[in-house]
Design a protein around this ligand. Structure first.
Ligand code: ZN
Length: 176
């Protein structure tokens, strides 16, 4: 597994890497540390609560999270090869994405979820999530499948955003 740190910068809508499916992580431990560190760095720079590897140009199936919890505190951690085992109910709330600066839309997601993932050390664990944490995990897992939150919007909302999306993609190419 080659990790080129110069490749890890925030990818904006229009970058083809955001549509690629990720690869299961099979090698754990220290070698993941530079990528994890860079993902946290980008997430905090942009004041996000979650970031998936494709958003910094990596094809690994992993995400970082730092989500404030309703009951206080925060869920901070790395989820590798995450899977949703169970879902219950639905929730609808406003959602943003670091790869879509300036765009926020109401998205329907599962309310409560049960998740299985591995940590950086490869150890599997499961946990249950609701509210924002549940939403963030579902949003980031979508990224790992090349699915973006615009895909979850109604066709009408997406049409209304068409100009903004076009501009985002154009600005992105202009910068490169
Ligand atoms: Zn996102």
């Amino acid at each position: 597994m080659q990790i080129d740190m110069n490749e890890f910068y925030l990818r904006i809508y229009g970058d083809p890497v955001l549509r690629e499916k990720t690869e299961e992580v099979t090698e754990f431990g220290e070698q993941l540390a530079p990528l994890v560190e860079r993902m946290y760095e980008v997430m905090y720079e942009e004041e996000g609560v979650g970031l998936a590897a494709p958003q910094v140009g990596s094809d690994l199936r992993m995400m970082v999270l730092d989500v404030p919890l309703e009951e206080g505190g925060a869920f901070r951690g790395v989820l590798i090869n995450p899977e949703v085992l169970e879902t219950e109910g639905t929730q609808r709330d406003e959602e943003g994405c670091l790869s879509f600066p300036g765009i926020r839309e109401e998205i329907t997601r599962a309310d409560r979820i049960k998740v299985r993932a591995r940590g950086v050390d490869g150890e599997p664990f499961t946990f249950e999530a609701n509210a924002l944490l549940s939403r963030a995990v579902q949003h980031e897992i979508d990224h790992l499948d090349g699915v973006l939150f615009i895909d979850r919007m109604s066709p009408v909302r997406r049409r209304l955003l068409a100009k903004k999306l076009k501009k985002l993609a154009e600005e992105r190419t202009a910068e490169v």
